[in-house]
Write a protein that binds this ligand. Structure first.
Ligand SMILES: Cc1cc2nc3c(=O)[nH]c(=O)nc-3n(C[C@H](O)[C@H](O)[C@H](O)COP(=O)(O)O)c2cc1C
Ligand SMILES: C=C(O[C@@H]1CC(C(=O)O)=C[C@@H](OP(=O)(O)O)[C@H]1O)C(=O)O
Length: 387
């Protein structure tokens, strides 16, 4: 499977094409819309999220509630487009374009590099596509991947571990399903009620000061078969693909699996996960410090991956920048902006991880129909239990 997205932040719509899907996958618009809705929530989002009501329109590849095997085309409308029609017009409206031209690049956004690279004198030609509005389409792709994964016994959940300096206590003994409900009820998608309050204050304080704030999200995948991904070639390692997927989320700057960077402080005996065997479960691990990967392949333990999001670049009290036309020093442009999007980004992180896992599953078990896929996964799980 592969997907491509198209669409500008203030253009008419986002378009998503998913290719190479098996046929007969039960397709739920409600479940996809539910994931889109989750991405819109979270303390610290700006006014744009009050304008948008993200939902998919299905343009191809689905009939009578099931995939046909043909490419799936989905569209998410940008409701805000009605306010931007003149600015986003594909055909020349020079006067309008000149009136709204942006020439003061924001430090931390794609404005300056994109303008130089693509030779644009209006920074809008860059920011429209570099905007994280595009992550709505990626959440739709991930939501579809989740529907395939669920049929194969694989579930995914994400939550927020840190906002600014406030860290949540890690709660490890909660089953995944409960974990999902708890995170869902939290305005910052955090499982630790004490930290939740402090996180909200951290966001409010940053906002009040015209500033922004980042944090850390965690995604957990349960029900993994052993051996997705491969040690045989660098670009087949599944942990590496997941790392790329996480860093591809706008504003994400780092990734770790399991105990992650803490491994540098510990000895081998404190890091590696001892191997155990039982008749019922076959080979498992006594611990899961490595976050579910060895040799670029899944160990069968939960995948545990974290990503760090830098603070949002657009600041209401902007940093200094240089006008690309006059070369004079100015405060950077102020675009309407979120002050913190870490909770929303945790939903995006779930989606991109879901996509990579579904992709790896279909690489190991190529299938034209979902029945073929599920049967292969079941047979393989039996093989690993009896190995
Ligand atoms: C869900 C989400 C919402 C975001 N909202 C904003 C925003 O309102 N304003 C902003 O300047 N950046 C926002 N960003 C971050 C920028 O899109 C990102 O910093 C920019 O595309 C540059 O890419 P880079 O930070 O990965 O280098 C958001 C990111 C995510 C994931
Ligand atoms: C539109 C979304 O996020 C946007 C991401 C974004 C950016 O620069 O990344 C800037 C803001 O855009 P606007 O100026 O239109 O409010 C966010 O609202 C979304 O997440 O759906």
């Amino acid at each position: 499977m592969r997907y491509l997205t198209a669409g500008e932040s203030h253009g008419p719509q986002l378009t998503l094409i998913i290719d190479g899907v098996p046929s007969q996958v039960p397709f739920s618009k409600e479940q996809i819309d539910h994931q889109l809705h989750r991405r819109q929530k979270g303390h610290g989002r700006g006014r744009r999220m009050q304008i948008e009501r993200d939902e998919i329109q299905i343009m191809s590849g689905v009939r009578f509630g099931k995939t046909t095997g043909a490419p799936i085309a989905l569209v998410i409308e940008n409701k805000d487009y009605t306010h931007w029609q003149k600015v986003m017009n594909p055909f020349p409206m020079q006067e309008e374009a000149d009136k709204r031209k942006l020439t003061r690049p924001r430090p931390g956004h794609a404005d300056l590099n994109g303008a130089i690279k693509y030779d644009h004198r209006d920074l809008r030609d860059v920011l429209e596509r570099s905007s994280a509005r595009e992550t709505a389409a990626r959440v739709a792709a991930g939501a579809f991947a989740r529907q395939i994964l669920a049929l194969c016994g694989i579930e995914i959940a994400g939550h927020v571990l840190q906002i600014g300096g406030v860290k949540a206590k890690r709660i490890l003994d909660v089953p995944l399903s409960e974990f999902v409900t708890q995170a869902e009820e939290s305005p910052v998608r955090c499982l630790d009620p004490e930290a939740e309050q402090a996180m909200m204050k951290e966001i409010d304080d940053a906002k009040a000061e015209g500033d922004s704030i980042g944090g850390i999200v965690e995604v957990i995948v349960e029900g993994m078969p052993i051996g997705l991904g491969s040690h045989t070639q660098w670009d087949r390692k599944l942990d590496a693909k997941i790392a790329q997927a996480i860093v591809s989320i706008n504003a994400f700057k780092g990734v770790e699996f399991g105990i992650g960077f803490e491994a540098a402080n510990l000895r081998g005996s404190q890091v590696h996960d001892e191997i155990i065997w039982s008749k019922e479960r076959g080979f498992t691990r006594a611990t899961n410090r490595l976050g579910g990967f060895e040799g670029g392949m899944t160990t069968g333990e939960e995948i545990i991956v974290r990503g760090v999001m830098k603070p949002i670049p657009t600041l209401y009290k902007p940093l200094m920048s240089v006008d690309i036309d006059t070369k004079e020093e100015f405060a950077a442009s102020i675009e309407r902006s979120d002050s913190c999007a870490v909770p929303a980004a945790s939903v995006v992180a779930e989606a991109v991880v879901a996509w990579e896992v579904a992709q790896a599953l279909l690489e190991k078990f190529p299938a034209d129909t979902v029945e073929e896929l599920v049967a292969q996964v079941q047979r393989y799980r039996e093989h690993t239990r009896n190995f």
